[in-house]
Ligand binder design. Structure first.
Ligand SMILES: CC(C)(COP(=O)(O)OP(=O)(O)OC[C@H]1O[C@@H](n2cnc3c(N)ncnc32)[C@H](O)[C@@H]1OP(=O)(O)O)[C@@H](O)C(=O)NCCC(=O)NCCS
Length: 188
């Protein structure tokens, strides 16, 4: 049994999941989550580049930089990009603290990212995932994403191919008619 669900059994009303836009003061914790969740995917010499890129994205309204907190502790983040493509928003990054992965947080963050894409008036959300990241590919498929193409040699530091996946998202107007999503463990 996971630590989180054990906690849930002992204090069923105590877990609250909240989302908000990232601020500069969040950068140390964002990088902590990034380094731990992307360990083995991103070489440490790239961390500095990611730090500056993330810090700029926080300030830019063309990106939706979202952080998820569980009982006020930041446990994940996602970045949705309204810049790169005309007809799709791009999920640039999604990461959940490895100590609480597999508990529904990634799914909840992805649903928030889909809302952000709809709010950008984009009909779909697209992403690139490393071909050998079978766990994330499984996660995305479960959430309704399908592969649309392979980009050879995409990641500059190791030449791994990227799988491009996408999903149609509800437009802002359709979104109002949807019931709120429910999480198994968390109050929102
Ligand atoms: C990918 C990631 C964000 C998923 O977050 P998570 O909190 O672990 O995932 P969740 O617990 O929300 O999983 C949600 C659903 O996906 C499913 N899922 C998760 N991993 C899966 C896998 N390897 N294969 C199939 N399904 C999977 C879960 O069973 C769950 O199914 P449900 O819809 O029935 O509830 C997280 O594991 C992570 O940060 N990974 C490292 C960083 C990374 O690789 N990011 C993606 C780069 S493109």
């Amino acid at each position: 049994m996971s630590a989180l669900s054990k906690h849930h059994q002992e204090e069923p009303q105590s877990l609250t999941l909240a989302f908000r836009r990232a601020a500069q003061g969040d950068m140390p914790r964002i990088m902590e989550i990034f380094r731990s969740s992307f360990e083995g995917q991103v070489p440490p010499e790239q961390y500095k580049n990611y730090y500056f890129t993330f810090a700029q994205m926080i300030e830019n309204p063309k990106y939706h930089f979202n952080v998820a907190s569980l009982n006020k502790k930041m446990v994940g983040f996602s970045i949705v990009d309204n810049v790169r493509e005309r007809n799709a928003a791009i999920l640039d990054v999604i990461g959940v603290d490895p100590t609480v992965q597999g508990q529904g947080l990634g799914k909840a963050l992805l649903q928030e990212a889909e809302k952000a894409a709809a709010n950008f008036h984009k009909p779909k959300l697209k992403l690139e995932v490393r071909e050998n990241n079978t766990s994330a590919i499984g996660f995305y498929k479960k959430q309704g994403y399908h592969p649309v193409k392979v980009i050879k040699n995409y990641y500059m530091w190791d030449g791994i191919n990227a799988i491009v996946m996408e999903k149609q998202v509800a437009t802002a107007a359709q979104d109002n008619t949807k019931k709120p999503s429910r999480l198994p463990f968390f109050r929102r």
